[in-house]
Design a protein around this ligand. Sequence first.
Ligand code: BT5
Length: 263
Amino acid sequence: MSTKFDISYFQKELSTQWMGQSSLFVEELESTNSYLKSLPHSKVDHGMLCLTDHQTQGRGQYERKWESESRKNLTFSLAFKPQAKERFHVLTLACALAIVDQLEEFDDDFKLCIKWPNDVLLNEKKVAGLLTETMFAGNKLDRLVIGIGINVNQTSFPPDLDEATSVKLEIDTTIEREQFLSQLLRRIEYKYNLWQRQHRALIKGINRNILGYGQWVGLQVNGEILGDTFKMLGINEKGQLLMLNHDGGIESFSYEQIRLITD
Ligand code: BT5
């Protein structure tokens, strides 16, 4: 029997300054991202966490689905109210990097990487996905919501998710979700501060862990597969992906434009 997420234990374990200090646990929700977006501005604190144990309509990009077994995993969203009006994709990747750092602690032999634009792979399978959404009031950013799904203790996946794995499947140990999340939020808080200060170390950290870095890869740009390969040079401070073409020119692509073909 899986047990309910213990929010008071999690709060006791949490040692951040602000990240997740305001938190909401709802046993069942359609989507934690949708829920945090539906709240009025005054009810949403910077760094607010919304977590559910049973997400009935978890979303990925382009209305794709996020499927997660109840009470086994982590499905949550964080709300941010940053000063910056751009570079949001760097922040998404910073959260992905925090997940990589956290998972590295479990096993030195884990093969971990960030897969552009918003996945974390563990031993070449998807262990986590991130969904970032923005809400504007006029041209002013009201909030940024980063939704994170991490497969923690789920041990079987439906046949259409044969590319999925969980931490438990890889190390055969049940993970305490409350402790896992409290540690992860500390890492995310740290990365957020680097992001806000536009610290080079963050971009370097992301590039060191991004799948395909320094390799020649195929590209799909605006839905079209290109004939040529490009050498991936990593991301820049704006979160654009830099690609070297065969003529020695460097091209930059935004998050929305580009998908990598690494196999
Ligand atoms: C993502 O989208 O990977 C982002 C997922 C974000 C989920 C979180 S959970 C909390 C918050 N609330 C929400 O409603 N969403 C966020 P994308 O890159 O579009 O990938 C979606 C694809 O991942 C699906 O089409 C499936 O192929 C696959 N998928 C679905 N569930 C999965 C799982 N549990 N593990 C691995 N892959 C999965």
